[in-house]
Design a protein around this ligand. Structure first.
Ligand code: PHE
Length: 346
């Protein structure tokens, strides 16, 4: 057997030496190393040998395979080099031509804003986490204090995944907000919790200049003993100054979200006109940038946190809106239109 292999290798080696073009090389490869090539067949037959011969024959065959593969690679390289030299000599390849510039990519404007927002919170001690876009009704609604058939569900036009829609036994949907991550994180950890998360959300919505059916949200959550509304305000004020300028002022007003109590909306004074009134702020001097509030006791209870011991705040915002304000973009659909003329500006 070992002699057979040696003879086969020698023959293959000799044939290879005489090969001068790629087509012949491919034929050679198929003949020896292909699926029903000669060496492949030898390797296959080794299993049928008596046990005492099998080891030496196997080793020899494997060694031969390695040698032939290396020889093949060498030959390929040599043929390629020769073809290149021939082209250069024939003038088909002008090696003095300047190279083609490699186009430099860049980050999508939303990615840029996301990095800034997450970076601001990361530097205040928030960990960055990610979660699923396809979500259970339980996390998107139920665990967020929005029971089945509750009218608050109308705040979020939902794209259902389960064929029976919301009437399925365990309804599945495309998340309409990133708040389900509050629940997912709390289920897995004990306080103190301090996280931010960013990701795509979906709504069943007719698109216009300020509405997309797919958009991003950034969500934050902090839960511990003794966290108060003052912590919420301090954290978000610091965030507003980092993103929109040291001199920013913030305004909190009451707002309703089922998973917080009390709920608030935060606005910043307009960075474009410093509050005097302009197009950016719709002449009001204020720009609403996020929703927030103290985590609702029902949400805490749902994940097994005692609301008498632990309290927390949560917030959510739309990075598209932040980018639009920043750059004076008047149509949200531009972000996802795949138009390089738009994207190259950032
Ligand atoms: N998720 C809310 C929205 O989609 C924003 C929010 C997040 C509000 C967290 C309060 C707390 O509008």
């Amino acid at each position: 057997m070992a002699e057979d292999i040696a003879a086969l290798t020698a023959q293959a080696q000799q044939e290879l030496d005489n090969i001068a073009d790629e087509r012949a090389l491919e034929a050679w490869r198929v003949a020896y190393l292909g699926r029903s090539g000669r060496l492949t067949q030898v390797l296959r037959s080794i299993g049928t040998l008596p046990a005492e011969e099998r080891r030496t024959a196997g080793a020899a065959a494997n060694q031969a395979k390695g040698a032939l593969e290396a020889a093949l690679a060498g030959k390929e390289e040599a043929l390629r080099a020769r073809a290149l030299a021939r082209e250069a000599a024939g003038g088909a390849l002008d090696v003095t031509l300047p190279g083609r510039p490699v186009a430099l990519g860049r980050l999508h404007p939303i990615s840029q804003v996301l990095r800034e927002i997450l970076g601001a919170f990361a530097s205040m001690g928030f960990a960055v986490v990610e979660g699923p876009e396809v979500e259970w009704d339980y996390y998107n609604f139920e665990a967020l204090n929005i029971p089945r058939d509750h009218p608050a569900r109308d705040m979020w036009d939902t794209l259902w995944i389960s064929p029976e829609g919301p009437r399925a036994e365990r309804p599945m949907l495309l998340r309409t907000l990133t708040s389900p991550m509050q629940v997912r994180v709390m289920e897995k950890t004990r306080p103190p919790v301090r996280i931010v998360t960013a990701g795509k959300c979906y709504r069943y919505e007719a698109t216009d200049a300020t509405h997309e059916s797919m958009f991003y949200q950034v969500e934050g959550l902090a839960v511990d003993r003794g966290i108060s509304m003052a912590d919420l305000k301090g954290t978000l004020y610091e965030f507003a100054r980092r993103l929109f300028g040291e001199e920013r002022r913030v305004r909190f007003r009451c707002d309703y979200f089922p998973f917080v109590e009390p709920g608030a909306e935060m606005a910043i004074d307009c960075f474009n006109c410093a509050g005097a009134g302009c197009r950016t702020c719709g002449n009001s001097g204020w720009i609403e940038i996020l929703g927030a509030g103290m985590v609702h006791p029902n949400v805490l209870r749902g994940v097994g946190y005692d609301p008498e011991v632990y309290t927390g705040f949560a917030f959510g915002m739309g990075p598209e809106r932040v980018a639009m304000l920043r750059h004076g973009i008047d149509d949200i659909r531009l972000f996802y239109g795949n138009d390089l003329r738009f994207l190259r500006q950032f």
